[in-house]
Design a protein around this ligand. Structure first.
Ligand code: FES
Ligand SMILES: [Fe+2]
Length: 462
């Protein structure tokens, strides 16, 4: 697959493509492909986009009603009548499984005097408003109009619950309020093609943790859109993380998707030549023990010619095979091991690969432009011949509960705590800055520029 990169600037150290060339199993074309042009977006971003109430109101009017947004997993509503809830700012939806297996997203408001129809997920044959009892069927048709004599001229057939568009991909349920938006399959391109071998039909939500973070939703998204903050924010991962030789991919023909791939099982360029292959594995092992290498832990001895990346990939292969319930001899090392993060505009970040896959969603916390709900969802796999397990219950962390208290996240919790230690201070500093603009790196922050370009297109377009 051609490389269309024209970036002159690159971090010192081993390029990601070289690691791919050294791996025993070649990556799929979608992972091999590197597409990057000098970003057209602004190198400097006004802080008002993060701190201004007016800008947030503009997003409420012109962004959220226009975009595809991940609303839930299919396994949240496996049976006809099952429904769950999704909210974004003022908007609220009931997402309901229909008798024919399809999914509908109803605006969660009674058409009489507006009461929300549902405040908890559940299972039902009809949606009866608790206020005066107007009742709609699972399909959204009005079934009962109490005191119909008092609504002269109202024909129940003309009062169905309004719906948003719904489409699914890989077990994720998306909705869109805009009838004119492109189909989801166009919006997501090239994700479906790239994920084709990664077993999404066998995937299920195995871990789901959420926490409110005191920062604008985009400030939190930004912190997961580049890898180079690792040196100062996550120093314990540098022995096994190619932070500054992360590869950034931006497809010129799709404004809604971009990607970064961070090599794991290799040292950061700042440590290349300074640590041994065994140190890589020791640091990886320590991550699983809370994210910090225990004092005095000796490097793991490796046979001559064996690399830390090879051993790390073989351990990742064992983990994936145990989940999938079958051998995966052809799975490329890169797709077992590396951090392959796609951004789906505006706020969904699915990781690729054989799993377990991290997924993030970043939403405004209700109507607060200075608080974000960050969700971490781990997609696991079940053997193909076994039924899909039920989804994990959502675990909410309180404001004073660190991510590391969610032990189901393993060593990731300590990493998110490190991210979280910056974010409220990012928000505070963006209000205090005299310069009033953020300065973005050319390559490593090109994805932030890219999505800002898309964002401004929505906010200022027709
Ligand atoms: S508000 Fe729903 S029936 Fe009156
Ligand atoms: Fe981070």
């Amino acid at each position: 697959m051609a490389t269309r990169s024209t970036d002159g600037a690159r971090a010192p150290g081993t390029p990601y493509q070289t690691y791919l060339d050294r791996d025993a199993q070649p990556p799929t074309p979608g992972v091999r492909e590197h597409v990057w042009e000098p970003p057209e977006g602004e190198a400097e971003i006004p802080v008002e986009r993060y701190v201004s109430r007016d800008f947030f109101e503009l997003e409420k009017r012109r962004l959220w009603p226009k975009v595809w947004q991940m609303a839930c997993r299919e396994e949240h509503i496996p049976e006809p009548g099952d429904y769950t809830l999704y909210e974004i700012c003022d908007h609220a939806f009931i997402i309901a499984r229909q008798d024919n297996g399809s999914i509908r997203a109803f605006y969660n408001a009674c058409l009489h005097r507006g009461r929300m129809l549902r405040t908890e997920p559940g299972s039902t044959r009809q949606f009866r408003c608790p206020f005066h009892g107007l009742t709609w069927g699972l399909d959204g048709q009005l079934q009962e109009l109490p005191c119909a004599w008092d609504f002269p001229g109202v024909d129940p057939a003309t009062l169905p619950l309004p719906q948003a568009r719904v489409a699914t991909w890989g077990g994720w349920v998306f909705l869109n309020m805009d009838e004119a938006a492109p189909p989801l399959e166009d919006y997501l391109r090239p994700l479906p093609e790239h994920f084709a071998t990664w077993g999404l039909s066998q995937s299920y939500l195995g871990v789901h943790v959420a926490k409110v973070i005191q920062a604008n939703w985009k400030a939190v998204l930004d912190a997961f859109s580049e890898a180079w903050h690792s040196r100062d924010t996550h120093p314990q991962i540098l022995p096994f993380t190619g932070d500054t030789n992360t590869r950034y991919d931006i497809w010129p023909d799709n404004p809604h998707v971009d990607r970064m791939i961070t090599p794991f099982g290799v040292p950061s360029p700042v440590l290349e030549g300074q640590i041994g292959e065994g140190d890589i594995l020791a640091a990886m092992a320590a991550l699983g023990e809370g994210g910090r290498r225990p004092a005095g832990m000796a490097a793991i001895e490796l046979p001559e010619g064996v690399t830390g990346r090879q051993i790390a990939a073989s351990k990742a292969r064992e983990t994936a095979e145990a989940m999938w319930g079958r051998p995966l001899p052809d799975a490329p090392e890169s797709e077992l091991l590396d951090g392959i993060l796609y951004n789906v505009f505006p706020n969904f970040v699915p990781w690729g690969g054989y799993g377990p896959n991290i997924n993030y969603r970043f939403r405004p916390h209700g109507n607060d432009h200075e608080a974000c709900v960050m969700e971490v969802m781990l997609l696991l796999r079940h053997p193909a011949d076994q039924p899909k397990p039920p989804p994990a219950e959502l675990r909410w962390l309180e404001a004073d509960e660190p991510w590391s208290t969610a032990t189901e996240l393993g060593g990731l919790g300590a990493i998110f705590d490190q991210d979280n230690s910056n974010l409220p201070w990012v928000q505070r500093g963006m209000k205090a800055t005299a310069r009033r603009r953020l300065l973005l790196a050319h390559v490593q922050e090109s994805r932030i520029r890219h999505y800002h370009g898309t964002l401004m297109h929505y906010l200022t377009g027709p």
